[in-house]
Design a protein. Structure first.
Length: 279
């Protein structure tokens, strides 16, 4: 390495250390050792190795840095502020906006993660399960239980079925990283289930019906969305206090002939969801 370049990198590294210490002082907290221990590495990456253009931040040929060591994020923030010629406050504001727009998500003690997925489907335009398709982080476990019995009065009215009809009633808990982030109660008239050619004695196939195939079969849906105060029947599931605001979605699915296929009630913890509608 040229002597002049080495001198520039040492100066850059020293400035990053100063910037990080100032960040910690302003915030009153931070992992000082973890950040300072990667400063030389960050200095070489942003000062010599990585390809990027501050005048064209969207350049497709730019290199990407994935900092899996979340505690060291301030070192990257300091490098970005220096290289892009912006203040640390401006950079923090940009990160705050990205977090508010659900493009990134900050997890306490873990770091900051990209959550934006351009392939994520909207609720309208195609029929999807909002608990799965609108979650900001992947649902990695579904705890499901179901039984058979008469429909509720509301389900009779909205699905156009009789009190003598039998429905499959399913309670579903949706978990991510060990935490329940959503709950649903789904009623499906039994007379329509045979068309799916599945064996409900197998848990996996029941899960597939309730969370995927019934939505794929729908020709249209009647959807209502409300912000409601959590009642005791869902607080135990979502680990929120009674009265805490949650997102409630009712999704009534209809087949091509107008028959009511399912009535789905979803209760979502808004901290883990971003629901968009496109008309």
């Amino acid at each position: 390495m040229e002597a002049q370049k080495l001198k520039e990198l040492k100066k850059f590294s020293a400035q990053l250390r100063i910037d990080q210490l100032q960040m910690f002082r302003q915030r009153g907290m931070g992992h000082i050792g973890g950040c300072l221990s990667v400063t030389e590495l960050i200095s070489v990456l942003y000062g010599k190795q990585m390809k990027f253009d501050p005048k064209n931040p969207a350049w497709e040929g730019r290199d990407y840095l994935v900092m899996s060591k979340g505690h060291a994020a301030p070192a990257v923030e300091a490098a970005l502020a220096e290289k892009y010629g912006v203040s640390r406050n401006t950079l923090r504001q940009a990160l705050t906006i990205l977090n508010e727009d659900r493009m990134i998500q900050k997890k306490q003690g873990k770091g900051t993660f990209i959550t934006y997925d351009p392939s994520r489907r909207s609720i309208l335009g195609c029929h999807v399960n909002p608990v799965l398709d609108c979650a900001l982080q992947a649902v990695d476990e579904i705890k499901m239980s179901y039984n058979y019995g008469p429909p509720t009065e509301v389900a009779q009215q909205k699905l156009g079925i009789r009190a003598s009809d039998i429905v499959m009633a399913s309670d579903n808990l949706y978990c991510s990283e060990g935490m329940v982030i959503g709950y649903s109660f789904v009623q499906i008239p039994v007379r329509y289930i045979s068309a799916f050619n599945i064996d409900l004695n197998q848990q996996g196939q029941a899960d597939e019906l309730v969370n995927h195939r019934i939505f794929e079969a729908a020709a249209k849906a009647r959807i209502s969305v409300k912000v409601v105060a959590a009642e005791e029947n869902v607080t135990g599931y979502l680990a929120v206090q009674p009265g805490h605001p949650i997102l409630y979605i009712e999704d009534v699915l209809f087949g091509r002939e107008g028959a009511g296929l399912a009535r789905c009630k979803f209760y979502l913890n808004p901290a883990f969801y971003d629901v968009e509608f496109y008309l």
